[in-house]
Design a protein around this ligand. Structure first.
Ligand code: DC
Length: 231
């Protein structure tokens, strides 16, 4: 076996919020029995920790320090389709899922030094037998050498509807219109920033999930994984 063959494989799932990345990544990691990285959760935890410590999103040095020393851990949580997220041992899984936290996360994520500070932490998730990495720049920056890169999209209208249903299920009451406006604003910020903007990697497979069920998207990804002998 060569040295390269021993590097754990990675499947990257990038795309805008609400396209179904989280669900697909979770299903894929469960099926393959691979590790899972929810990189968006890291940016959300950072945003929450900054808010708790009253660090302004213009204070780049403080944010960079906070990102470097972030005391965050992920615990498998089958019931919640993902992981329980702990900050200094306190369960903040719910608190990081609000729209406010998502928007703050998108703001801190636009700062290059913050992204740099989180880079090694994300790469450390790459372990045997493999990793499914969910985010915006998994295939373009963090795991550039991944053997399978998926860029999952859906129309903004559809994503707003999905987010609305998700939040309703969790007991949050948010207007559909407000969500749609938020999604457009967040897309614009994530795609236009200079550091690791939200764009498909040149070797990514693009999937539009607007009219596809989760099962169909999952099947398409599995076909690609099998073609590469990953599944
Ligand atoms: O995927 P999410 O909605 O949980 O991500 C929250 C924000 O974090 C998103 O608006 C942009 C940022 N993010 C990022 O910049 N890079 C990633 N790899 C993941 C998320």
């Amino acid at each position: 076996m060569t040295k390269l063959e021993r590097i754990p494989p990675v499947i990257t799932i990038d795309g805008p919020g609400g396209a179904g990345k989280g669900t697909i990544s979770y299903l894929l990691a469960s099926r393959l029995k691979w590790h899972l990285l929810d990189s968006g959760a890291l940016y959300r935890v950072l945003a929450l920790a900054a808010e708790q410590q009253s660090i302004a999103n213009t204070d780049v040095s403080a944010l960079e320090r906070l990102a470097g020393g972030l005391n965050v851990s992920f615990q498998p949580d089958e019931g919640a389709l993902g992981a329980r997220v702990l900050l200094k041992g306190v369960d903040i899984s719910q608190a990081i899922r609000t729209e406010t936290c998502g928007n703050l996360a998108s703001q801190v994520a636009a700062i290059p030094r913050v992204r740099e500070a989180l880079l090694q932490r994300q790469r450390a998730f790459r372990k045997q037998p493999g990793l499914v990495a969910d985010g915006r720049d998994m295939g373009t920056v963090v795991f550039e050498d991944a053997p399978l890169k998926i860029f999952l999209t859906a129309s903004a209208e559809e994503r707003a509807k999905r987010r609305h249903n998700q939040l309703k299920d969790k007991g949050f009451d948010v207007s559909l219109r407000a969500l749609f406006d938020d999604i457009q604003k967040r897309d614009e910020r994530d795609a236009s920033r200079s550091a690791s903007p939200l764009i498909p990697a040149s070797d990514a497979i693009q999937l539009d999930s607007t009219d596809l069920s989760i099962e169909k998207v999952f099947d398409r990804v599995m076909v690609e994984a099998r073609k590469r002998a990953l599944a």
